[in-house]
Design a protein. Structure first.
Length: 258
């Protein structure tokens, strides 16, 4: 049906669903009227970046006004920022799996309550490149963990739950085809590795702690490259798992900064 699904039997018995970290709710806001025609959702770490992206989309879509006065829909909270440009929703998610997971739970419920259909969600942002030219755009074909496996492990109560991180292959190819129209940015398809940490988890030598040698780091990164990894960040496995389970066509497109 193209609807966004929630897989929580307890939601139907709730008198009100409060999307606490988005400052929205089913009683306080008419979610179908506010968001029912949303077709695209773009998420990224920085609130300022997602505001700039919404302004860019406002201009590209030829909407009235200059977009400078776009309002933050989540202004009542300082956790996330959300902007709308026509059928495009632009939302920040902070850094790391815990932060994006909280946002996605509430975003998915928002799209469900709003009765949105056929929604495409794309994560955009910076990442660490691996064996590719700086500034390249990596379109993720598979989100993998630190062992290079396409899975997202989460502890639920005292159980370790493993979820698939498959992404939409048609969307991957469609984005690559679109990139041909923008020759200024080298674009490729590759695996994106998701870690739980920016420093030791990504093999950096400049953190407050470093428990490995430079040689071990280089050997690990070579194994990652040989496994198909082309960039490293901290959100893709959770993003892929939650979107896939709830019927959202998802993709992660990232620009390596290094």
């Amino acid at each position: 049906s193209g609807l966004v699904h929630v897989k929580n039997p307890y939601l139907d018995s709730m008198e009100e669903d409060v999307l606490y970290h988005l400052d929205l709710g089913t009683k306080t806001h008419n979610l179908p009227a506010m968001f029912g025609d949303i077709k695209f959702v773009c998420v990224g770490g920085s609130p300022n970046r997602m505001r700039a992206f919404a302004q860019f989309m406002h201009k590209e879509l030829g909407l009235a006004g200059d977009g400078e006065d776009l309002a933050d829909i989540c202004a009542g909270t300082d956790r996330y920022a959300m902007y709308r440009a026509g059928p495009v929703l632009s939302i920040s998610h902070g850094m790391g799996i815990p932060s994006i997971s909280i946002m996605l739970h509430e975003l998915i419920k928002l799209l469900h309550h709003a009765k949105c259909r056929d929604v495409t969600i794309i994560r955009i942002g910076t990442s660490g490149g691996l064996g590719i030219e700086a500034g390249s755009v990596v379109i993720t074909d598979m989100a993998v963990d630190s062992s290079f496996k396409p899975r997202f492990e989460q502890v639920v109560l005292d159980d370790v739950v493993v979820r698939s991180t498959e992404l939409d292959t048609d969307l991957t190819e469609e984005l690559l085809a679109c990139s041909k129209e923008i020759p200024d940015f080298p674009t490729l398809i590759g695996h994106t590795m998701c870690t739980y940490d920016f420093y030791e988890g990504q093999g950096r030598l400049d953190g407050a702690l470093c428990s490995f040698s430079s040689e071990k780091k280089l050997e690990y990164l070579k194994r990652a490259y040989d496994a198909g990894v082309r960039n490293i960040e901290m959100e893709s496995t959770a993003f892929a798992a939650l979107c896939g389970l709830c019927g959202l066509k998802g993709e992660s497109s990232l620009t390596p900064a290094l």
